[in-house]
Design a protein around this ligand. Structure first.
Ligand code: DON
Length: 562
């Protein structure tokens, strides 16, 4: 009978010395590295480590294997930050007979972008297990795709052209990890999704105080194009048409859009612009009302501003390029795929605040309640969603509900937050755990097991109480199938044993890899008090008389011991 009392400590130390990078690698690859390190007497370079990680013991890496492995991390070969690497790869592969790279050629290709590549392959991005996260996104996409209902907007004739079946989701993380599903290459107009972007630019250019001399910060509670001002005769906020038209008078050029999108697709639909202008009586009425109430800066030409407003609504994006815009907001104003600072932190903070409170019009309160993230909808069917410090998402499907928001987009956002702990208030302590994709599955599990079993090992009941309160699985096991109850019984921590049994109702007779139960541990290490607790609990909760032949080793030993 093997009693592995000390194994956990060695495992825990390994995991806690930052060596988990190796632990998480296939043993074959990191033992090769360690062996290589010993032989050469020097630390392997990052390029060498990367080569061994991808080569998996082979002498060469086929170029397609490298690019496939790269995409699995979420990075694209078209990512501007990998330009040098991809160009060198293209040239280098041509010099080989088999399209495969040995260690020397591989180093030549990756060395110019080695820091980003190392982060990617060491799973140090915000979504470490990107592939499984994307699988979840695809499931949510399919669920929303099956939804019917809603109407494609037609008050701007050009919008009515789009099929109600179009549905796309694209995401970009703050580390530039990309995922798309559905009609993500189809261009569509931002419409009101442009409002937070132009507000951000106005605050970036002029500062919060100046911009809000002209525009309020309160939800209007009215439809987006209501001819209505607040008690100061200002537009309620920059997310309704009145506020957006005034905001348009505060900005000059729009090259920001390209920077926000990381130079990905940003176009212009002249047909929509003309259609907007021809069907824009309501907006002209708003414009003249704003002019009458002196809402614009001195000297503003209202009709030119309206033209500019219509042009901005007619800016074309794809879901992909718009997701980068959203990610720039999620990333504090830095574009994740270019690294360029586009917006000031102040402008991003202000924009996300008003998206959160006013971005979804008359649905803003419910969206803040159920989804709890900054978002902005548009009449073309877009929803720009920001998960601060994590990612930006653009959902797009033309059919709108009666409040003017995309039916499928709302469903997707709601399901996303039901699955992942992205809601603004999901981070409360002791909150029921949802999927946290920012933690690698294995990584989170490993740390959780180590924390649990170390608390049992040290007899730390208060820590165990905290874990139980945060709905941790108190029966989880390490790789030897050892549970907290095994460890506590082996160490003789009677109070911990009692807590696990009576408060957490854990299984009293789990077996580890060697067939040991907690009772075996207590008997072997001579902890009589724990033996009594386990025995009494067992008798109380499984009172049927044992026939003797189903007794565990401990119970047989026990007969001799008591
Ligand atoms: O000014 C308008 O009415 C449109 N160009 C934009 C309105 C819009 O997108 C409302 N969103 N739900």
């Amino acid at each position: 009978m093997f009693f592995p009392k000390t194994r956990l400590i060695s495992y825990g130390l390994l995991a806690s010395t930052g060596a988990e990078t190796f632990v998480s690698q296939p043993r074959s690859s990191w033992s090769v590295c360690l062996g290589w390190r010993r032989k050469a007497g020097i630390l392997p370079s990052l390029e060498d480590l990367l080569f061994y990680t991808i080569a998996e013991g082979q002498e060469k890496i086929p170029a397609h294997k490298f690019t496939t492995a790269l995409k699995a991390t979420g990075l694209r070969t078209g990512d501007p930050r990998l330009k040098e690497c991809m160009e060198m790869l293209k040239v280098t592969v041509k010099t080989t007979s088999d399209g495969a790279l040995d260690r020397h050629l591989f180093k030549k290709c990756v060395q110019s972008n080695i820091v980003l590549l190392t982060q990617a392959f060491r799973k140090k991005f915000v979504i470490p297990d990107f592939q499984s996260f994307c699988a979840h996104m695809d499931e949510l996409y399919v669920k929303a795709k099956n939804m019917s209902g809603g109407q494609v907007a037609d008050y701007i004739p050009q919008l009515a052209r789009f099929s109600p079946d179009l549905w796309a989701v694209a995401l970009c993380t703050v580390d530039g990890q990309r995922h798309t599903v559905g009609d993500t290459k189809v261009p569509f107009c931002l419409q009101s999704c442009v409002k937070p972007l132009k507000y951000a630019i106005a605050v970036h250019d002029h500062g919060t105080e100046y911009v809000h001399r002209f525009i309020g910060k309160e939800p209007s509670g009215l439809r987006f194009n209501k001819l209505f001002l607040n008690e100061e005769d200002k537009p309620h906020n920059p997310m309704v048409n009145a506020g957006a038209i005034v905001c348009t008078s505060l900005i000059k050029v729009m090259n920001f859009m390209n920077k926000l999108a990381g130079n990905e697709y940003v176009g212009f639909s002249n047909a929509t612009f003309q259609s907007e202008r021809e069907s824009g009586d309501r907006n002209f009425a708003i414009g003249y009302y704003l002019k009458e109430k002196k809402c614009f800066p001195e000297g503003t030409d209202m009709t030119s501003i309206l033209d500019f407003y219509f042009q901005l609504c007619s800016i074309e994006v794809t879901c992909e390029s718009a997701s980068v815009m959203a990610a720039t907001l999620a990333n504090g104003g830095f574009c994740p795929i270019t690294g360029e600072r586009v917006l000031s932190p102040e402008s991003v903070r202000d924009t996300l605040s008003l998206m959160h409170s006013c971005g979804m019009y008359d649905f803003s309160g419910q969206f803040a309640f159920h989804v709890g993230l900054p978002a902005k909808s548009g009449v073309a069917g877009g929803i720009l969603l920001v998960v601060p410090n994590v990612m930006g998402i653009m959902c797009w499907s033309p059919p709108l509900d009666k409040l003017g928001n995309s039916v499928r987009g709302i469903q997707f956002c709601t399901d996303l937050v039901s699955l992942c702990n992205f809601h603004n208030y999901d981070n409360l302590r002791h909150f029921a755990k949802k999927l946290d994709p920012r933690r690698e599955g294995g990584d989170q599990r490993v740390k959780s097991v180590i924390n649990l079993l170390f608390a049992a090992y040290t007899g730390d009941v208060s820590a165990l109480r905290r874990f139980a309160l945060s709905s941790m699985d108190m029966e989880q096991r390490d790789y030897d199938s050892r549970t907290a109850l095994h460890v506590a019984a082996a160490e003789g921590h009677a109070e911990v044993v009692r807590f696990l049994l009576e408060a957490c109702k854990v299984n009293p007779v789990p077996k580890d890899r060697w067939g040991n139960t907690p009772m075996d541990e207590a008997v072997h290490f001579g902890h009589h008090d724990v033996v009594t607790i386990l025995r009494d609990y067992h008798t109380q909760y499984s009172p049927q008389e044992s026939t003797g032949d189903d007794k565990t080793n401990a119970e047989k030993n026990l007969d001799g011991m008591l």
